[in-house]
Structure formats: C-alpha cells, structure tokens
Design a protein around this ligand. Structure first.
Ligand code: UD1
Ligand code: CA
Length: 450
C-alpha cells in the first residue's frame, strides 16, 4: 500500500542578508537553485505533489517547480507572518486530503530524502506529527525540543525560551511530517501570542499533545539541516555538498586523485573505473562512461563522453559535445556542439564548433573551425579517416570527405571530396644563398648603430 504525500516547500523568505537582486532560494548549490534541491528531495522521498509557497520572484521560483518533474502547485504568501502562516498559504492543496504532509524549507538544500522518508514512516505508524530534530553544536537561534523521556512535549523558539531551555542542544530542523487528515485542523489552531508575533509551525506539537495525539521525533545529522542566509552560508553548503558527492563518487568506483580539487554539478553522472585527475570542474549535463580518464585542469559542461576516452589536460568541453569510445581530446582544445566519432583524435590547440568528426580522423594542432560569420553559425563535417594538417582553418559550411587530406596551413573554403588532397595556402618560394645575404646586411646595420 503506497501512501499519498504532499510536500509543502516554504520559499517565501526574502533573504535580504544575501544582498542580492534575486530572492534567496534562486541562488545555486552545485549549479542547482536551493529550492530545486528541496523539490528534488521531496520527489525522491515520494511526494506526489509539491506545494511551493513563494514570495519575492514568485514567477521565477514557480518556473523552477515546473522543471522539477513532480506535479507542482504554487501559492503566494504575500505577508510573511510565520512558518505556520506560510504552510497555510497552501491550504487548498492540503485540503485535497493526502495521507502525509511534509513541510520543508526551500533554503535547506542538504536535507536527504531518507530523512523525509523516516519521518513519513512514523505518520504511517499512527503519529499525528513527526519532527526532524538534530543535536546542534551551537543551538543559539534554533527552536529547542522539550522532551520528557522519548516524548516530545513542545518546541520552544529561541526568542521565547527560558535560560534553562536555552541550554537544550536538541533542536528543530524545521522539517516536519504531519498526518494529512489532521494537518489543517492543527494548523488552524496556531496563534501568534509569542515573542515574534508570528504564527509558528512549531506550535502544532503542543496543540497535538493537548489532543493526546502521538507526536514523535526523528534525528538527522546537523549538516542536513543547514539553511542558507548569507553568501558565506552558501559557500559552506556548497563545500559540504561537494564533500558528500566526492565521497559518493568514490564509493561508486570513480577514482579521484585529489578529491578536494574536483567540483561536480548536481547532475554529473560518472561510471565506475573513470579516473578524474586534479582540478577538474563539471558544469551541468555531463556523463562519462567506464574507462575514461579526465586529465588535470579540464572544464566540462553539457558533454556526453563514452568509454575509454582521454580528455585533457587543459581541455574545455562545452554544451553539445559528444565523444565516442576511444577518442582523444588533448590540451588546449575547445569543443562546442561537436561530435567526435570513435577513435578520432584532436590532440592540441584546436577549436571545434558545430562540427562532426568521423571515426579515426586526425585533427592536427591549431585547427580551427570557423563556424560563425558574425550573424549565423555553420557546420563543419569531417569524414572517417580524414587527416587535417596543422594550423588549418575550416571555413564552414564545409565538408571534408572520408579519407581526405588537408595540407597544413590551409584555409579550406570549399568542400573536399573523399580521398582528395586539398591545399589552400601560398606556395613556398626558396632562393638559394639569399638567407646568408640578409644575415650579413643585418649584421652590418647593427654594427653601424653601436
Ligand atoms: C525555524 C523554526 C525553528 C527551527 C529553525 C531551523 C519555526 C517557528 N521555527 O525558525 O524551530 O529551529 O527554523 O532553521 O518554524 N518562511 C516563509 N514564510 C514565513 C516565514 C518563514 O516562507 O512567513 C520560510 C523562510 O523562507 C525559511 C523558513 O520558512 O525558509 C524558516 O523561516 P525562519 O523565519 O527562518 O524560521 P527560523 O526563525 O529560522
Ligand atoms: Ca532560518
């Protein structure tokens, strides 16, 4: 029996301490907006629908919801009157009647789906409310969990806590699961008679207790509960996210020679037996198959890389790059919207844009595809087993046929048929003895000056 689940993601916070033109939850960790991390955790934890509570930049935040894959409804909270008030902005969604309602914050991207799942299990087991708590290294600012043995009696917000209560280190992460059939009834009874004059979501604990309902706690690692309020928080969370992903990659069989110098994107997909050398940065949309080596100082984005490929050092793969097995991309090579077929080699100092390179073709050092005329982009097609000599400019649109040969230093403006030789450069002129004459004249000039 699968239970239905609504996830309510609170993302109406202004985030003024970010000093940004954009609302806080649009800022990115691992190339993904904070709120999208929360959406992804919700979906992974089994949410059928996500109710996104938005404030500033409502349109942009809502659009991210739509991209997240789940069914997303967006609700605007126009006045910021507290976390319970924010949850109630999604009243219409909650009223549809889900088995479980989970509430999480849009600015807390490290929360693991497993924690949400554990909280849901308690609701399935009959609890009305399950709070995700954590042991805080420094509890200042957090709501404290007031326990009696293993029973949660109440959550006391920092501003309302007595000196004794402030010493409690067991804190509220902000994440809460509720019985979907009781949620609205509990939330509607929350008042705002407290130090902040806000409607606190945390008050549902005492309200449920007063009705003799079952209230439980699950514990999470403090790291999962870290929220982002400042740019420094953003950097810290990015660091922790990267640490976590590096560890996962290594567990999955990826070799990271110097893990702390490799930066992944939220969607980087790497198979076992790939080696990543130091100082490699992944933008979004990269996948790499087994046996491939990414050499040091490479930057990859939007690239699909097959098995047993060698990339770099100092390579830059841009979006639309597709590399087939056993191909090689060497140092100071940039590719964009380019497919390199199996066994093709482009080893040094080259730009390939809007190009396709056939199997086993060899692209010499300093080759440039001239794909742009200032207005439009054009394609270059290079056939199987073709050889492009060093320092050639291939002026697109142009086709180099299978087995064709382009002499070095050529500017190729016309198609080259299969197996043809194309030379597009001035012929060499050699004058016997003329070099010695020039040297003698230059030597005299220098002597005369001194
Ligand atoms: C909240 C919890 C506290 C917990 C802490 C963990 C309450 C009352 N307190 O406190 O127990 O220890 O989180 O970080 O729930 N938001 C809205 N609209 C509002 C108010 C808040 O969308 O009207 C969103 C904020 O954008 C933020 C989240 O809810 O993402 C938490 O709000 P915040 O005011 O930061 O709560 P804390 O005081 O940190
Ligand atoms: Ca907060």
């Amino acid at each position: 029996m699968t239970r239905t689940c609504l996830s309510v993601v609170l993302a109406a916070g202004e985030g003024t301490r970010m000093k940004s033109r954009r609302t806080k939850v649009l800022h990115e960790v691992a190339g993904l907006p904070l709120v999208s991390h929360a959406l992804a955790s919700s979906v992974e934890a089994g949410a059928d629908t996500v109710a996104l509570v938005v404030g500033r930049d409502a349109e942009a935040v809502t659009a991210l919801g739509q991209a997240a894959g789940a069914s997303v409804q967006s609700f605007e909270q126009t006045e910021r009157l507290g976390t319970a008030h924010a949850v109630l902005a999604a009243r219409q969604a909650i009223a549809e009647g889900y088995d479980d309602v989970v509430v999480l914050f849009g600015d807390t991207p490290l929360l693991s789906p497993d924690t949400l799942r554990r909280a849901r299990i308690h609701i399935a087991d009959g609890a009305a409310v399950c709070v995700v708590g954590f042991e805080a290294a420094d509890p200042a600012g957090y709501g404290r969990l007031l326990m009696e043995g293993s029973r949660l009696l109440a959550i006391r917000e920092d501003k309302d806590a007595s000196a004794d209560e402030k010493r409690i280190r067991l804190c509220n992460s902000g994440v809460m699961a509720l019985d979907g059939r009781k949620a609205l009834e509990l939330l509607d009874r929350v008042g705002n008679a407290n130090a902040k004059g806000e409607y606190y979501l945390t008050d549902v604990v005492e309200i449920a207790r007063a009705d003799d309902l079952d209230v439980r706690v699950v514990l999470a690692d403090e790291v999962e509960t870290l929220g982002v309020n400042t740019r420094a928080d953003l950097a810290r969370v990015e660091h922790l996210w990267q640490e976590r992903r590096r560890a996962e990659m290594m567990v999955a069989g990826v070799t990271l020679v110097a893990p702390q110098t490799v930066f992944f994107s939220h969607d980087t997909a790497i198979e076992a037996d790939v080696v990543i050398e130091p100082n490699v940065v992944f933008g979004p949309g990269v996948s790499i198959s087994a046996g491939t080596v990414i050499h040091a100082f490479s930057h990859l984005e939007g690239a699909r890389i097959a098995s047993d490929v060698s990339i770099g050092p100092f390579a830059r793969l841009r979006p639309g790059t597709e590399i087939e097995p056993k191909a090689r991309v060497g140092n100071f090579v940039e590719t964009k919207n380019t497919k390199l077929a199996a066994g093709a080699k482009v080893n040094h100092l080259t730009y390939l844009g809007d190009a396709s390179v056939g199997p086993r073709a060899n692209i010499g050092a300093g080759t440039i595809t001239c794909n742009y005329d200032g207005f439009n982009k054009y394609r270059t097609s290079i056939g199987a087993d073709a050889f492009v000599g060093s320092n050639s400019a291939l002026v697109a649109p142009v086709v180099i046929g299978d087995g064709a040969y382009v002499g070095s230093g050529s500017v190729v403006t016309e198609d080259v048929p299969d197996e043809a030789l194309a030379i597009g450069r001035a012929r060499q002129v050699t004058k016997p003895g003329r070099g010695a004459e020039i040297n003698a004249r230059n030597a005299e000039r220098k002597a005369g000056r001194s």
